[in-house]
Design a protein around this ligand. Structure first.
Ligand code: 13P
Ligand code: SF4
Length: 362
C-alpha cells in the first residue's frame, strides 16, 4: 500500500555515513534483545548489513512467527512484509517499517472490492469449487479474504508445493495477484494453456467464463521489476557466454522462465549460485541489489544481471541508512515511529491463510 512518509529531519540525511553506521551499531548494542532487524535480500547493502536475519519472504515470515522475545521488529522490506510480520507476532510486539512509502506495486494490483466481485462471479457460475490462494505480495485484506474462503497464502518458494497439493486434491485455484508466478507454477505441474484463464481486473465484465470451470484462474497483477527480463536477453547471454547458466525468479514471465535453466525464490537463487562450481558463469533474472551482492560474495564465479539495464526495486530501495537510523533513534528514545498495524478482525481471517501456508511449509 502506498503511504506517505513524512520527511525525516535533515540531520539524518546530511550526517556522514560513518557516523550513521556508528550510531546504528550503538543503538543495536544498547537495545540488545529488545530489538530485531529483519532484512529482505533486495535491500541495499547500506541497510542489509544491519539485519540480524535476512531471507526471502517465506523465511522472514517464519522468523517473525518464531520471534517471541523482541519488543520491536524493524522490517527492512516492503509494506506487505511488515503487515505479515505484525499479524504473526503478538499484540505486545511492534513492527516498524523505516519508510512508510516502501510499498509493492504488485500487491496494490489486487483490491479487495475487485477480488470479491470476481469471487461472486465465479461462485455464481461454478458453485464452490475454487480455492483462493494469494501470493504474500498482497494486502492484509486480500489475505483475510483467502482465509475466510478456505484459502491460503503462498510465497515463491512454497507455491509449487501448495499448487501440487491443491491440484492433486482435485481443487481449482483462483490465484492472486501475480499472473506470472501463477502461470509458471501451474504449467510446472502439467496444466495446459487451455486450463488457465486470465482475469481482467479492469474489464471484468468482458471476461468470458467457459462452461467448464478452468483449473486455474490468474489475477492480472505483475511485478514491474521482473517483467523487465525478456526471452531475447536469455538468447543474448547464451550467445555471448557459452556454457552460462541462467537462473530467474518465477515472477518473470513464462517465456523467460521456459528459456532459463532454473527458477526459484531469492533464497533458492542464492543457494544455487553460492554452491555452484568455481569458474561457472551465471546470468540472474532478479532484483539488482541481490545480483550485485552475489557477484561480490562469489569472486570465483562470473555473475551478471540478465538485464544489463537497471532492474532495481525502487520500493525496496526506499529503506535507506538515514531512514533506518531515524527509526532506531526514535525507538531508542522510547518513541515508536512508522508502526505497521493490521486491524484485529482482518488479522483473525488473514492468519488462517498464513497458518495454512506455514503448516504446509514445514
Ligand atoms: P522472495 O524473496 O520470496 O523470492 O520474493 C521476492 C519478492 O519480490 C519480494 O517482494
Ligand atoms: Fe514488489 Fe516486485 Fe519490488 Fe518484489 S520486486 S517488492 S514484487 S515490485
Amino acid at each position: 500500500m502506498f503511504k506517505r512518509q513524512q520527511p525525516i529531519p535533515d540531520d539524518y540525511v546530511l550526517m556522514d555515513e560513518k557516523e550513521r553506521d556508528e550510531r546504528i551499531r550503538a543503538i543495536k548494542a544498547n537495545m540488545g534483545s529488545k530489538l530485531v532487524i529483519l532484512g529482505h535480500h533486495y535491500q541495499r547493502d547500506e541497510v542489509i548489513r544491519y539485519a540480524d536475519y535476512r531471507g526471502d519472504s517465506l523465511k522472514l515470515a517464519q522468523l517473525a512467527a518464531q520471534e517471541k522475545e523482541a519488543e520491536y521488529i524493524v522490517f527492512c522490506g516492503v509494506h506487505f512484509m511488515g503487515e505479515t510480520a505484525d499479524m504473526l507476532t503478538s499484540s505486545e510486539q511492534r513492527v516498524i517499517l523505516p519508510d512508510l512509502g516502501a510499498g509493492c506495486p504488485m500487491a496494490d494490483m489486487a483490491e479487495l472490492e475487485d477480488v470479491e466481485a470476481c469471487w461472486q462471479h465465479l461462485m455464481a457460475k461454478y458453485s464452490e469449487t475454487f480455492v483462493p490462494v494469494t501470493y504474500v505480495n498482497s494486502s492484509a485484506e486480500v489475505k483475510a479474504f483467502c482465509g475466510r474462503n478456505g484459502g491460503m497464502t503462498c510465497t515463491s518458494s512454497n507455491a509449487p508445493k501448495i499448487f501440487k497439493q491443491l491440484l492433486d486434491d482435485g481443487k481449482r485455484i483462483l490465484f492472486l495477484p501475480d499472473e506470472h508466478l501463477g502461470r509458471n507454477t501451474g504449467l510446472q505441474w502439467g496444466l495446459r494453456d487451455q486450463d488457465i484463464l486470465l482475469w481482467n481486473r479492469e474489464n471484468s465484465d468482458e471476461v468470458e467464463l467457459p462452461k467448464e470451470a478452468p483449473q486455474l484462474i490468474l489475477w492480472d497483477g505483475y511485478c514491474p521489476v521482473h517483467l523487465r527480463f525478456k526471452p531475447e536477453q536469455v538468447d543474448e547471454v547464451r550467445k555471448k557466454y557459452p556454457g552460462i547458466k541462467v537462473i530467474v525468479h518465477p515472477e518473470c514471465s513464462h517465456d523467460v522462465v521456459a528459456k532459463a535453466d532454473l527458477s526459484g525464490s531469492t533464497d533458492f537463487i542464492i543457494r544455487q549460485v553460492s554452491e555452484a562450481r568455481a569458474g561457472s558463469i551465471w546470468a540472474i533474472g532478479t532484483e539488482l541489489n541481490l545480483v550485485q551482492r552475489l557477484a561480490q560474495q562469489n569472486p570465483d564465479k562470473r555473475i551478471i544481471s540478465l538485464n544489463e539495464g537497471s532492474c532495481l526495486c525502487t520500493m525496496m530501495g526506499r529503506i535507506s541508512q538515514p531512514h533506518l537510523l531515524w527509526a532506531l533513534d526514535n525507538l531508542n528514545q522510547g518513541k515508536v515511529v512508522n508502526q505497521i498495524t493490521v486491524d484485529e478482525k482482518i488479522t483473525a481471517d488473514a492468519i488462517k491463510a498464513l497458518d495454512r501456508m506455514l503448516e504446509l511449509s514445514k
